[in-house]
Write a protein that binds this ligand. Sequence first.
Ligand code: SER
Length: 931
Amino acid sequence: MPKSMTTQELRSAYIEFFKDKGHTHYPSASLIPENDPTILFTVAGMAQFKDMFLGRGSHDFTRAVTCQKVIRTNDIMEVGRTPRHHTFFEMLGNFSFNDYFKREAITWAWEFLTEVLDLPQERLSISVHEIDDEAYDIWTKEVGIPEDRIFRMGDADNFWPADAPSAGPFGPGGCCSEIFWDFQNNDNPNDNLTSGSDRFVEVWNLVFPQFNVAEPMNDDGRYTLEELGRQNIDTGMGLERIACVLQGKTNNFDTDEFQQIIQHICKLADVVYVESAENEEQKQVNTLLRRVCDHVRAVSFCINDGAIPKNIGRGYVVRRLIRRATLDIDKLGVHETVLYKIVEKVCGVMGAAYPDILKRQELIEQTLEAEEAGFRQTLRKSLDVFAKCLEQHRESKSGHFSGDDAFELVTTHGLPKEVIEDLLEKESISLDEDQFQKRWDEFIKISGGGPDDVFTSTALQEAKPRLGATEFIGYDNFSADVELVLLEKDGDEVESADTGSKVRFALSPTPFYAEGGGQVGDKGVVVGDGFKIDVTSTEKDDQLFIHSGTVIEGVAKPGKVQASVNESLRVASQANHSATHLLHSALYKIIGDHVSQQGSNVGPENLRFDYNNPQAPKKEDLQKVEDWVNAAIQAGHDVKTQVLPIEEAKALGAKAQFGEKYGDDVRIVTMGTADVSLEFCGGCHVSNTAEIKQFKLLKDEASSAGIRRILAVSGDAAEQLEQAERDVATRCAELLGAETADVGQLPALAQLLKLQTDGLIERLETLSAEAQALADQVNASVEISGNLLVERCQSLQKQIKQLRKLNEEAAGNKAQEAVDDIIAAKRDVAGHDFYMGIFDGVDAKSLKQVVDAMRDKLESFCIVLGSNNNGKAALAVAVSADLNEKGISAGELVGQLAKAVGGGGGGRPDFAQAGGKQGDAVQAALEHSHK
Ligand code: SER
């Protein structure tokens, strides 16, 4: 019986076994192949050892054992549906670099499987290449494999890379021999490796890379196999498959590490996973769970190694995996951002084997969360657009769903094609695939960046082979006597171009740097015999440098010229370029070793640097980055460039530039020591970091999901900026009453300002509280005094009333008291008794009382009373009946008197009263009345 082992025990057992056989345990290479533009991801354990097989490698060992992380996405649609497909998996491998060969590889593999893992020999079968008698003999004669369990096959099955001798690719390769496990899931005696059933599953591939596959093709339809003169071994055993065998499972996803992750997903989605499910619904749930598990594992390791979601290249693979996993977990009923919650489990399970993933857990979670959330948002919007398209489709009654619409949904609205297909399938509608494909092909052609405009002219293309690679002499020269070897105008090669012509031309050699590695191309002038060209840009088509510009004097012609680069622009670009390298190192050291360059643009004005980080770095970290760069500038490190074989450069630890392809020999730029900065770079630099003068980070902002963009300046521009800041500092210091005015002191000034401002705010708050309290008090007192006033007024009015009453009473009394005096002062007017009384402050009512009192005492009378009552006049007249008879009437009399006091009135003959406005006229009026 096979030994029962956990996946981690298996990794260790394998590595220990081969260490015992003299192998160096070498770590897994990154999933992102370094300096190998031929592949997007590391697809095999041997990828990092290609040069070692060819004899150019720099490692000092000849035997290595690895457990290699691998991504293969060609069978992505099969993942989860089959028991053994994965996008991310691990390969156990042992390698010999011109050391041991087939015998050891075969016998050790057999020993490991049958003695360490205790696999029963009778359940193992072997395949070898039909031309490989050597391997066949070792298996049959030395190991003792019976002939009915060893099969000879062709290039497709037993050559690595598969099919290489008959179909390419060229390069190192060799025959291989595979070891199969018999799952015994049927008892058909005729079933074997050649019958294509799933009963026999390959677990280990032993490759013998001893050839270089090269032209010509021979009569047998196979390319020439040149002996490398080296005997190499490259083996690969899928860890998941062998774990499945050892753990007695039939599906890789049922093994321990997968199950821990799957059970975690089950909890998040509130579903169950049932091993060997029969029921269709459960089978579907299982498939979704396996896929989510696979994709999140893959994405976690990709992000860990620096491949983050993007719209192109490997970033697109990552994006696609996240989108598929989102759709899958959504189908499991989780409609919110959730995938990032699986990362913790992936890290927990796999951290023992890959400790670096534990350090990046947060980064992975944040990247995944942002990407899933963004996708879910896109999805919601794009599903609305899809619904509208579907409606239109129904109205149009056309057979297929429009390929144009589907194309727009995918490219403009971000709805994955598989989602569209899924939705259409549910509606039983088919997609117009031809139309879609047509649009898609056009799109790929355009977005794939067909040849740039500058390179489309036939003249340039035809001249390329003739002119070959342009020699660049501008690292050390800004100006040189060179040859103008090609002149092109309006797309044609010409012998001359007049003043004003826009031209493109090639020089041999050239001091002009052609745009590349992020650095902009040079500008300058080219002066020939009687002509001058203003050079506005320099670009590169493969190895041919193409200068563009305008003839500003004379007639330009091929021949000898003096080519001069605009020195000040170039010097500024050089400072920015060197500063970019230092910035790269600083970010790596301070923000984290996950940081890698994602693009840059270095010109004379400034520098732009893109790097991967899911979040904005902390302010203080950015300050540290700026400080580190400035310290490196001040340290005055010498800048050295070297051209080395790529392997040597890699061994020195040089950082590669993103998106650049490298040849066998590469240029590296070192500033001080490798620890300060060491990069692959073909660009132009200062010769000592002190020439950069100053570095100033202007801003750090999000550029796209997971990518930050830094904008910075160096050299004079940074110094000018510093000066401007110094001016600000001086002004601030003045305003704040501080003594210092140094830029370095700006933070302190800011602090001071803050303190003052903080104080201000507090004071304002206090003042405002005090003001409020005062206002409250005022309000209250206004309220109080208002109330008091009202009361006081009321009581005063009361008092006034009382007083007035008293006064009137007093006046009335006084008037009564006056009756006798009036009677005593009787006058005789025309033989009649005439009585007159003048009062002060007596009202009409009291006058009447006086009249009444007098009437009682007299028989024949004419009484005239008047009062100045607070400025108004009151009159009362009474005439006895006998005098009435003589024609004297009280009414008439009062009427006349009233006129004299500004009033009017009248009344009965015996008694009449009147009022007037002029109280002070009463006396005169009355005194006049008896005359
Ligand atoms: N290169 C071979 C493979 O990937 C063996 O490691 O299968």
